[in-house]
Write a protein that binds this ligand. Structure first.
Ligand SMILES: [Zn+2]
Ligand SMILES: [Zn+2]
Length: 226
């Protein structure tokens, strides 16, 4: 799969571009800031067979400011060539709608967000070219927090590459904070232990901030999950 990471904005949030290497269909995950830089990167990427990317979705692990701050600007900049669907779990709708007040708390001045086009549901799957995305609801850092398990399938249907986008739920050696809007520590620990740690130990975990890790490493070493 085509995979690029751009740490964006003052919180250095890992915005990810994931794209199908065959069709060029793409998603942007957590466009938290710097819409122009994200567009500039998208324009540069070509598939191995020379196709430009067609952004189908703007996916969000949750609705904190540093993950949704550039969603409106990015969608508006990509139109009319691309018509990306804004997707979020319904549990974070309220936080999403409070973008303007969230931004004022940090001395920033963001406008009203665009409407959510699609609510993500726990356990649902959808495909983007040959990439399959599975939604795992992991509330705790926020009520509608989700992780995305992304699998690239070969023509024969076998998995050739995979990763987990964990948002601010799980980090290398740490877990998400729960003192922000809608946080719940016990629920977060429960989500990680019941939904993430049972996944394949070799699965690469791509967090919302900081370096990648693996499920196995966090299962063994993460001091918050003892
Ligand atoms: Zn967050
Ligand atoms: Zn964050």
């Amino acid at each position: 799969m085509i995979e690029e990471t751009l740490p964006v904005g003052p919180f250095q949030q890992n915005c990810r571009i994931l794209a199908c290497p065959v069709t060029g269909d793409a998603v942007v995950v957590d466009p938290g800031a710097d819409a122009s830089e994200i567009v500039a990167r998208l324009v540069k990427i070509k598939t191995p067979n020379g196709k430009s990317l067609n952004v189908k979705m703007l996916l969000h692990t949750h609705a904190h400011l540093d993950h949704v701050g550039a969603t409106r600007a990015l969608k508006e900049m990509l139109q009319p060539g691309c018509q990306p669907v804004i997707a979020l779990h319904e549990g974070d709708q309220q936080i999403y709608e409070q973008l303007a007040s969230q931004s004022r708390m940090f001395g920033l001045n963001y406008g009203e967000p665009l409407p959510v086009d699609r609510f993500l549901k726990d356990g649902e799957s959808f495909t983007v070219g040959i990439l399959e995305f599975k939604v795992i609801h992991t509330p705790g850092h926020s009520p509608g927090g989700v992780c995305f398990h992304v699998v690239e399938k070969s023509e024969a249907g076998t998995s050739v590459a995979e990763l987990l986008l964990s948002g601010d739920t799980l980090f290398q050696g740490s877990i998400g904070r729960t003192d922000l809007m809608g946080g719940n520590h016990a629920q977060l620990i429960g989500s990680i232990k019941s939904r993430l740690l049972p996944l394949n130990g070799g699965l690469r975990v791509c967090s919302g901030h900081g370096p990648d890790t693996t499920i196995g490493e966090e299962r063994e070493e993460n001091p918050f999950l003892r």
